[in-house]
Each structure stands twice: as structure tokens, then as C-alpha cells.
Design a binder for this molecule. Structure first.
Ligand SMILES: C[S@@+](CC[C@H](N)C(=O)[O-])C[C@H]1O[C@@H](n2cnc3c(N)ncnc32)[C@H](O)[C@@H]1O
Length: 387
């Protein structure tokens, strides 16, 4: 099989993290643009990227990139793509379109035109009036950015953040992919003490526990491309099986170092414990019902990685600000620790720094928690003696 052009999509701001993850998986040819990292690979790469990427949203197979400024051009280019190599007579192929700063700017119309062009192309191979679309799903992703069209197939299906351990998806938990990214953007590494004193449903700690066990985050779920004839069949036979076997083999016994979660809300903690159980990491994480003001540890050189409340709703702002002060005093008590906090609150830095005494030490990174623009505030502590 020819090498595939693959795209790992990600939240804006996390491209470098995903690129590093791909490097660690051995994919050296990469280019990065807003929200995507392109790389080349084979059927095994599709399986391995889906199984292992912690901070990406999806893995796409790129079929083509071209310029189009009207629907005629779009149709003419799409109809010529080798659809019959990927789709069968039975495939279901929903089309998803996104248009950004382009002359073609109607997403529903783009979807309709692309669908029509694909049907037209399939009819050339299988003459008939209608395709039932009862077979495996092969979603078509069309992104038009500044008149540049990218046509891809979504190998993932449900987003990669759906690891399979979250008991309940209500509330405002931090996405698994973003949680994993926060850890990778910090000095935390397996073997180092970690605390999240506003742990909510425990996502950051569960992701850390999986990283410490070198567990592939996708091991407990399925992916659409597992059912695709082109990737599951002959030439790439066993790619998924081999990738799953490799992931099983690479799991390790995690270092015996505490991962600590605190939250003052017993309901959130209950969910955190159930999520941890579902993820198989109950023994790795110590959860405690405790307010930030009372949180403590006798360990040295640990890392706090946390997502305190933002105080977005009226009346909650003051409460959130009080938590930032408590976090600052915690940072003062844990004076050998590094502290990392994601917040959308403009006042975080001033309040935290006054309370912690860590004035002027911050590094900031702009990240998105869904649609909310946040800052990841990073306060590195002293270098541990073993580093
Ligand atoms: C934005 S949520 C964290 C979400 C979490 N990252 C997750 O994945 O579910 C903030 C959490 O801080 C907790 N919290 C608020 N004030 C607190 C305080 N003073 N002490 C401890 N926890 C607090 C809330 O109960 C809530 O669970």
C-alpha cells in the first residue's frame, strides 16, 4: 500500500504536544498547522495513532488538498478522487464540512455538494440510482480554510477523548485530551509526586495514572477504521491486532509514587473514584475530601496540575478568587513544588502571585477548554536534586 497522508486533529494550542507524541511513536515526517499535525504512515500508523495519541481529537486519512472558490470547482475536484478504493457499495459516508475565511462559506451546501460528487463517483464504478449506506461508516471530513480544501476520512469515530472510563458526562469536567496535554506541558513525569487539589471528577489524575502505566489511552475502545475493508483487509491484515498487542505488551507497573486528588465536593469525588475504578487505577490515586486551604503534603519536589473553578457565572467570581488565594498559599507551603493551573479568569495571576510570593515567575500558554479561551499558568519550582 502507498504511504498514507494522515492528520491528527487537535484543539488549538496543542499542536506541538501532539507533534511530540507522534515523534515518540516514531513518525518523523510531520508538518503542523492550526489544529492539525500531518504525518505519513501506513495502516499500522492509523491503528497506533488512534490507540496511543493522548492529546489529539481524531486521526484522519487525507485524500486530497486543493484550491476551490466555488461549488463547481469543489464538485469537479471531489468527483475525481478515488472513492471506490476506500468506500464499498454498502459504506455509509456522512459528510462533515467546516468553512473558515473562504469564498465557499456555507457548510450545509458544502456537505450537499461533496455528498453528490461522491455518489456520482461511486456510480461510475457501481451503476445504480441509490446507495443504501448500510455498511461500515466512513465519515468524510471537508475543511475549507482560506479557499484551501482538505478532503479526509475520519478513522476515529467518537472523539479520542472518549476513553471509556467516564461514568457520567454531565457537569464541566476537563476533557481527557486536554488533561493529558496539561500534564505533558508540565514538568510532571511518571515517578514524580502529583497533586490536583481541585480534582473534580479526577480526569487529570486518571490520565496521569495511565501515563505512569504506559497504558495506551485507546486500548479500551473501538475505532471506525477497524471495520474499513481498505485498512482491515488483506495488505494491512492484522494491523489493528498487532497494534493492540503492542500496546498490551508495553504496559508497565507504575512507579510507587502518590497521585493525590482533593476536592471539597463529595459528589465530584464520588464520580472521580468511580471513574478511576472504571479506568483500573483505583490503587494509584489517593482521593480525599479536603478544601485547597487544608491541602498539604510532606513530599518534596512534586507537581500541582489543576483546573480550579473559573467563576464564570455571576456570583461565583469571588468564590473562584478565594480558591486562587488558597492555591497561592498552598504553593507557598509546598515551596519545592512546581504549580500549573488552567484558568480563564483574568485575575488568576495577580491573586495567586500575591498569595504564593512567586511573583514574576510565570510562563503562560494560551489554550482552549472547548470554546473557552484559557491561560495555562506555569510556575516551575526548584530543580529536583535527581534531575
Ligand atoms: C473546574 S472543576 C475541576 C474539573 C476537573 N478537572 C474534572 O476533570 O472534573 C473545579 C473543581 O474545584 C472544586 N473546588 C472549588 N473550590 C474548592 C476548594 N476551595 N477546595 C477544593 N476544591 C474546590 C469544585 O468542587 C470542582 O470540582
Amino acid at each position: 500500500m502507498e504511504p498514507l497522508q494522515l492528520i491528527a486533529t487537535t484543539a488549538f494550542g496543542l499542536e506541538a504536544v501532539v507533534s511530540r507524541e507522534l515523534e515518540a511513536l516514531g513518525y518523523t515526517e510531520r508538518t503542523t498547522s492550526d489544529g492539525r499535525v500531518e504525518f505519513t504512515g501506513d495502516a499500522a500508523a492509523v491503528a497506533r495513532a488512534n490507540l496511543w495519541l493522548r492529546s489529539a481529537d481524531r486521526v484522519l486519512v487525507k485524500l486530497a488538498g486543493f484550491e476551490a472558490v466555488d461549488f463547481g470547482e469543489l464538485f469537479d475536484q471531489v468527483v475525481e478522487l478515488p472513492w471506490a478504493e476506500w468506500l464499498t457499495e454498502e459504506s455509509s459516508f456522512p459528510v462533515r464540512a467546516r468553512c473558515v475565511r473562504s469564498q465557499i462559506n456555507s457548510e450545509p451546501d458544502t456537505q450537499a455538494i461533496v455528498k453528490k460528487a461522491v455518489v456520482e463517483s461511486l456510480k461510475r464504478k457501481w451503476p445504480r440510482d441509490w446507495f443504501d449506506e448500510t455498511g461500515p461508516e466512513i465519515p468524510i471530513d471537508v475543511t475549507i480554510r482560506r479557499d484551501q480544501v482538505t478532503v479526509s476520512l475520519d478513522t476515529t469515530g467518537r472523539g479520542l477523548h472518549r476513553r471509556g472510563y467516564r461514568i457520567w458526562t454531565g457537569g464541566a469536567p476537563l476533557r481527557e485530551t486536554l488533561s493529558a496535554a496539561l500534564l505533558q506541558l508540565s514538568y510532571w513525569e511518571p515517578g514524580r509526586v502529583l497533586a490536583d487539589p481541585c480534582c473534580g471528577t479526577g480526569t487529570i489524575l486518571i490520565e496521569a495514572a495511565w501515563m505512569a502505566a504506559n497504558r495506551a489511552p485507546g486500548l479500551g475502545r473501538g475505532f471506525l477504521a477497524e471495520e474499513w475493508p481498505r485498512l482491515a483487509g488483506s495488505s494491512s491484515e492484522g494491523a489493528w491486532k498487532n497494534a493492540r498487542q503492542e500496546a498490551d505488551d508495553l504496559m508497565v507497573e507504575p512507579p510507587e509514587v502518590p497521585l493525590m486528588g482533593g476536592d471539597r465536593n463529595p459528589k465530584a469525588l464520588d464520580l472521580a473514584k468511580r471513574n478511576a475504578e472504571q479506568a483500573g487505577v483505583t490503587a494509584a490515586i489517593a482521593f480525599e475530601q479536603v478544601a485547597v486551604a487544608d491541602f498539604g503534603s510532606h513530599h518534596k519536589y512534586g507537581c500541582v496540575v489543576t483546573n480550579p473553578p473559573y467563576g464564570e457565572r455571576m456570583g461565583e467570581k469571588k468564590e473562584a478568587e478565594a480558591v486562587y488565594g488558597d492555591l497561592g498559599r498552598l504553593a507557598r507551603r509546598l515551596d519545592t513544588w512546581s504549580v500549573y493551573a488552567l484558568s480563564a479568569h483574568k485575575g488568576f495571576e495577580a491573586i495567586f502571585e500575591e498569595a504564593s510570593g512567586r511573583t514574576g515567575q510565570v510562563r503562560r500558554r494560551k489554550l482552549y477548554n472547548g470554546p473557552i479561551q484559557c491561560t495555562y499558568f506555569q510556575y516551575a519550582g526548584p530543580r529536583p536534586p535527581w534531575m
